[in-house]
Design a protein around this ligand. Structure first.
Ligand code: PCA
Length: 216
């Protein structure tokens, strides 16, 4: 068996009437790459409440990654969004891919209200800006399946050394054509951006004030 440490990168299948999901294509593009001495395992989660975090937890158990980066599409956002915080809440505006639309429910009972990303998001932001890639920190990953996966990830990692976080990406050009004036980014630029994020995370320690993880 290979001793190269693994980084798990997840994307989602298309949802909300879209034919594609850029996060899926990025995870597939990076699968098998070696970045900073780590082998990338790319995997696709279903855009379904419950099924997505379950699959993520199985992937973590199987691959025992050193770091986990979950990706999702945030149509309408400009550039790369480095998510800072996952909240213990589902409030779905649209049904998921299984037709489920929970409103105002907690993700995990008797658990923290929120968790911070344990990735060095400020260092990642600087690196993206230095490379001329539009990017910003985001204080909310929403209250749909992406936030559920982000929360479940940080909850699963809360007592482990494995670091984790979430990055939202904008539409692909072919998706933006269906949404008047929506911002977009070519796939190559997004793949390059996520590669830079991973390289930075794997070579930088996480900002000290994120280390506590949970916000109660
Ligand atoms: N984006 C959705 C779920 C799947 C995806 O790619 C979200 O932001 O919640």
């Amino acid at each position: 068996m290979s001793r190269t440490p693994v980084v798990l990168v997840t994307g989602f299948d298309p949802f909300g009437g879209e034919a594609v999901n850029p996060s899926q294509q990025i995870a597939q593009a990076l699968d098998g790459e070696i970045i900073a001495g780590h082998r990338i395992v790319g995997a696709i989660l279903p855009t379904q409440f419950g099924a997505a975090p379950e699959m993520l937890e199985k992937l973590i158990a199987r691959h025992r990654p050193a770091l986990v980066l979950a990706l999702g599409q945030a149509g309408g956002r400009e550039g790369i969004s480095l998510e800072r915080v996952a909240i213990n809440l589902i409030d779905a505006r649209i049904p998921d891919n299984a037709g489920s639309q929970p409103v105002d429910v907690r993700i995990v009972d008797n658990a923290a209200n929120a968790y911070f990303s344990t990735l060095p998001i400020k260092a990642m932001l600087q690196r993206l800006h230095a490379a001329g890639i539009p990017a910003a920190l985001s204080q909310s990953a929403g209250a749909f399946v992406c936030n559920q996966v982000f929360y479940a990830l940080m909850h699963a990692l809360r007592r482990r050394r494995t670091r984790g976080g979430f990055v939202h990406v904008p539409y692909l050009p072919e998706q933006a054509a269906r949404h008047a004036c929506a911002p977009w980014m070519p796939l190559d630029a997004m793949v390059g951006a996520v590669r830079l994020c991973l390289e930075t995370a794997l070579t930088t320690s996480t900002d000290a004030h994120y280390a506590a993880g949970a916000l109660d």
